[in-house]
Design a binder for this molecule. Structure first.
Ligand code: SAH
Length: 219
């Protein structure tokens, strides 16, 4: 574990916000305790980095509440050996958590300035490698498909079909699905040709904008 001025705050975040709400996956809890979340938030918000809330990261985007990052990671259930695709790099924090748990992480971001900042944050945090790619993530990233896990971290009217197509057999996809303002956390599991879909409660995310998401003028 890195020793930094926030080590104790991070431990409390894991115990009081995440474990106390029922997340028992020790690998996820260890990753959340290890990755220095404060490095991924703007300098002037660092003292709030471990608070129980999302935070603005610039360009109208947000870093998710710690519990939601843990919940989505738990639902995705990444393992060593897995290749994981994230849609919506944002600060790069979720990608850093995934990189602790999987073998390969690719994260897509549509705003070039946000992607550049995610790369800087990942490197400043000394994170395990994650590829940050500027593109429309609603198309997925066919070059490296299939994926054992796909995590969408922006709200989408429905799960973009190309993402389901890029899911490996046994692969999991987690996405906030629904209208602006409130979405349902959906998990899709591919079992051969069968697609199983479950619901995991309400969440609030910024919109996924792209060919299979919202149109920019619907924002
Ligand atoms: N996972 C991030 C938070 C995501 S915020 C973190 O850990 O900090 C949602 C991000 O999705 C924003 O940065 C937004 O620009 C991006 N986004 C929205 N639509 C997208 C699309 N079609 N493809 C890729 N990124 C998109």
């Amino acid at each position: 574990m890195p020793i930094d001025p926030f080590t104790e705050q991070r431990r409390q975040m894991v115990e009081q916000q995440i474990r106390a709400r029922g997340i028992r996956n020790e690998r996820v809890l260890a990753a959340m305790e290890k990755v220095p979340r404060h490095v991924f938030v703007p300098e002037d918000a660092r003292r709030m980095a471990y608070d129980d809330r999302p935070l603005p990261i610039g360009d109208g985007q947000t870093i998710s509440q710690p519990y939601i990052v843990a919940l989505m990671t738990d639902l995705l259930d990444p393992h060593i050996g897995d290749r994981i695709l994230e849609i919506g790099a944002g600060s790069g924090y979720q990608a850093a958590i995934l990189a602790e748990l999987a073998s390969e992480v690719i994260t897509i971001e549509r705003i070039p300035a946000v992607a550049a900042r995610a790369r800087r944050n990942l490197s400043a945090a000394g994170s395990r490698p994650a590829d940050v790619i500027v593109a429309d993530g609603t198309l997925g990233y066919p070059q490296k498909a299939p994926y054992q896990g796909i995590l969408v971290t922006a709200g989408t009217p429905d799960v973009p079909p190309p993402l389901i197509g890029q899911l490996a057999d046994g692969g999991r996809l987690v996405a906030p699905v629904g209208p602006h303002g409130i979405q349902e956390l959906v998990r899709i599991v591919r079992e051969g040709e069968r697609i199983r879909r479950e619901s995991h409660g309400g969440v609030v995310f910024v919109p996924l904008i792209g060919e299979h998401g919202w149109r920019e003028d619907e924002e």
